[in-house]
Design a protein around this ligand. Structure first.
Ligand SMILES: [Zn+2]
Length: 218
């Protein structure tokens, strides 16, 4: 059996220097304290700057200000933190835009639900992409190759039966991986030779995100 090598290079770019542990998904998505079964990946300083903590905050806000998490006390704890950030002077302008952007939610069948949410944007996609890249490293012990792209990184606002669907998909992988006190679950399916993969996850058993990692078409 091969001995597991100690990995100290960045999970995102492979750089060997200045690497520290980065929480994945962003720690702010979950209430404090950070549980023992959190996920961390090594991240270099340059990637940390590139992926930006402002996007992390925005992602957290979009995730938790969806009405279907309203009755979840764990989500309430995060919403309290968000509420305080909105009240800070430097957060006021962002908060105004955030609330103004809320719109009706539709199911995939096109039916309006009696709910509102903030529409998904590039910043949300970037965080989903970062999570997908980090999990790719966690599962395959190498960064997403430069020849590959992370495609359709998105957060799905349709939340019915998410855990059931995740369980079904998990049959084709090594099952569903649970972390962060069960507040985060994911399935990762990879074709290790070409390095293409499918990643999907859910937060608090409701909102879910997915991404495809595939070789760039030439
Ligand atoms: Zn890096």
């Amino acid at each position: 059996m091969a001995k597991r090598r100690e990995v100290s290079a960045c999970a995102f770019c492979g750089a060997p220097d200045g690497v520290t542990d980065d929480h994945l998904p962003p720690r702010g998505c979950f209430p404090a304290p950070v549980p023992a079964d959190r996920i961390t990946v090594p991240c270099c300083e340059r990637c940390r700057l590139e992926w930006g903590s402002k996007d992390d905050e925005h992602f957290r806000n979009v995730l938790h200000c969806a009405e279907w998490l309203e009755n979840d006390p764990r989500s309430q704890a995060v919403r309290d933190v968000i509420g305080r950030s909105f009240q800070r002077p430097e957060g006021a302008r962002y908060a105004e835009g955030f609330v103004a952007a809320m719109e009706d939610v539709f199911t995939p069948d096109g039916n309006a639900e009696e709910k509102v949410a903030v529409p998904l944007d590039d910043r949300v996609s970037r965080v989903v992409e970062r999570i997908a890249r980090g999990i790719y490293w966690r599962e395959l012990r190498r960064p997403v190759p430069r020849t590959h792209i992370v495609e359709r990184a998105q957060l799905d606002q349709y939340r019915k039966n998410v855990e059931k669907v995740l369980g079904r998909i998990g049959q084709y992988a090594r099952g569903v991986v649970r972390a962060w006190n069960g507040q985060f679950q994911y399935v990762f399916i990879a074709e290790p030779t070409v390095g293409e993969a499918f990643f999907t996850c859910c937060f608090f058993g409701r909102a879910w995100a997915l991404a495809f990692i595939r070789r760039r078409r030439t």
